[in-house]
Design a protein around this ligand. Structure first.
Ligand code: LRH
Ligand code: MN
Ligand code: MN
Length: 389
């Protein structure tokens, strides 16, 4: 037994998933970046493409920027362009991993001049946020070492804390510093923010407006990610998700493609822990690359996958589940969760969309829109997503 779909219809309307600007540019692996026809030539075109996803799904009202991948002369012009296209600019991601100066680290570097350069970059990102009206400064660091003994692990952690505190002081009252963790890559021996515990320790030392970003691809295989979700929500420190899926390492594939059940379990814990909805303080974002598939349809499929697993998670009969848990009914409780997971919500979601003036089938609506043909004909010489650039 599950809840009725009608009971969750209004909750579904609260869903918002932020898109990464870099999902629309050419991308690949360290072996090859494949060029695609029609990819954006500048951040304005990335925003235009992101707006198509929102247009057919109603699910993706904001676009995250990555600085300096998304350098423009005027961020208020870019914000205005977003607004004209029915979306808004969201999270600002800093980037201290593509400059030669950062070979041995950025905010944790042993050289104060390099640390200052990285801090100044974050100050610049905060300036951008002030122009775009963004709430979140998202920091992911490539900092780490490749060989045991290469640097002093403790010293690096202390320097990182000091650099983050300097950046935190600069963010506004309504802004947040969001620290993302990743267990390895590009550093292979140790990473300075490898796990949720380190991120939690670092942001807790900063203050209330510092929170953790959980990228689903940034864990060792077999990690129980929903447990981390539960714990961070319990501690009031889950700020955002970077959603994607992985088979092996940080694959950045379409969310829900590798393991829809894991996505369901994660979203169930989000709902259970009060992390669902506009006022929850938990931002849903995608962090993906579409190396071989078309990018706009790839993003449409991604947000639909999140919506489908959200619907299934919301369908769980939580009263029955709590009663079964209380009574120690092991298989009964598990069965209640699985009933919701195995519910095919696609027909109900199609109707739900149609009743809200959206296309029942967003994938075919986009295919029929002619937008893909138009950009492929008009745009020549699109940009790369950033890495590989
Ligand atoms: C690092 C990461 C981080 C970056 C993005 C491009 O692997 O997940 O979020 O900003 O990829
Ligand atoms: Mn990420
Ligand atoms: Mn990643």
């Amino acid at each position: 037994m599950t809840r009725a779909f009608t009971e969750i219809a209004d909750l579904l309307a609260q869903q918002a998933i932020e898109l990464p600007s870099w999902a629309f540019g050419n991308s690949g692996t360290r072996f090859k970046v494949f060029g695609q026809a029609g990819v954006p030539r500048d951040p304005f075109e990335k925003v235009s493409d992101a707006a198509q996803v929102h247009k057919v799904t109603g699910l993706a009202p904001t676009v995250a920027l990555h600085i300096p991948w998304d350098l423009v002369d005027s961020y208020s012009d870019l914000a205005k362009h977003a607004e004209d296209n029915g979306v808004a600019l969201g999270t600002i991601n800093s980037n201290t991993f593509q400059d030669d100066a950062y070979k041995l680290g950025s905010l944790a570097h042993s050289d104060a001049a390099v640390r200052q350069k990285a801090i100044d970059h974050h100050f610049r990102c905060i300036d951008v946020m002030n122009e775009t009206g963004s709430r979140d400064l998202k920091i992911w660091l490539a900092d780490g070492t490749n060989y045991p003994g290469q640097d002093d692990l403790r010293g690096r952690q202390d320097r990182l804390a000091e650099s983050l505190a300097t950046i935190y002081e600069r963010i506004g009252e309504h802004q947040r510093l969001v620290l993302e963790y990743k267990f390895f890559e590009p550093a292979f021996y140790h990473t300075d923010v490898p796990d949720w515990g380190t991120s939690f320790a670092q942001v807790s030392a900063l203050g209330e407006r510092a929170v953790v970003c959980l990228d689903t691809g940034h864990h060792a295989p077999g990690t129980n990610i929903e447990f981390i979700v539960m714990q961070l929500l319990r501690l009031g420190k889950l700020g955002s998700f970077d959603f994607n899926s992985r088979f092996y390492a940080d694959d950045d594939l379409i969310v829900g493609a590798a393991d829809p059940f894991q996505l369901f379990r994660i979203i169930f814990e989000v709902v259970r822990g009060g992390g669902y909805g506009a006022d929850s303080g938990v931002a849903f974002m995608l962090d993906q690359c579409h190396n071989i598939e078309k990018k706009i349809p790839g993003q449409i499929r991604s947000v639909l996958n999140v919506q489908e697993m959200t619907a299934r998670a919301l369908l769980v009969d939580t009263d029955a589940l709590a009663a079964a848990q209380q009574a120690g009914e092991v298989l009964g409780a598990n069965g209640i969760l699985m009933d919701a997971f195995y519910t095919d919500v696609r027909p109900a979601l199609a109707e739900w969309r149609a009743s809200r003036g959206l296309p029942a089938d967003p994938m075919s609506a986009y295919a029929a829109s002619g937008y893909q043909e138009k950009i492929e004909a008009e745009r020549v010489g699109g940009t790369q997503a950033g890495w590989g650039a």
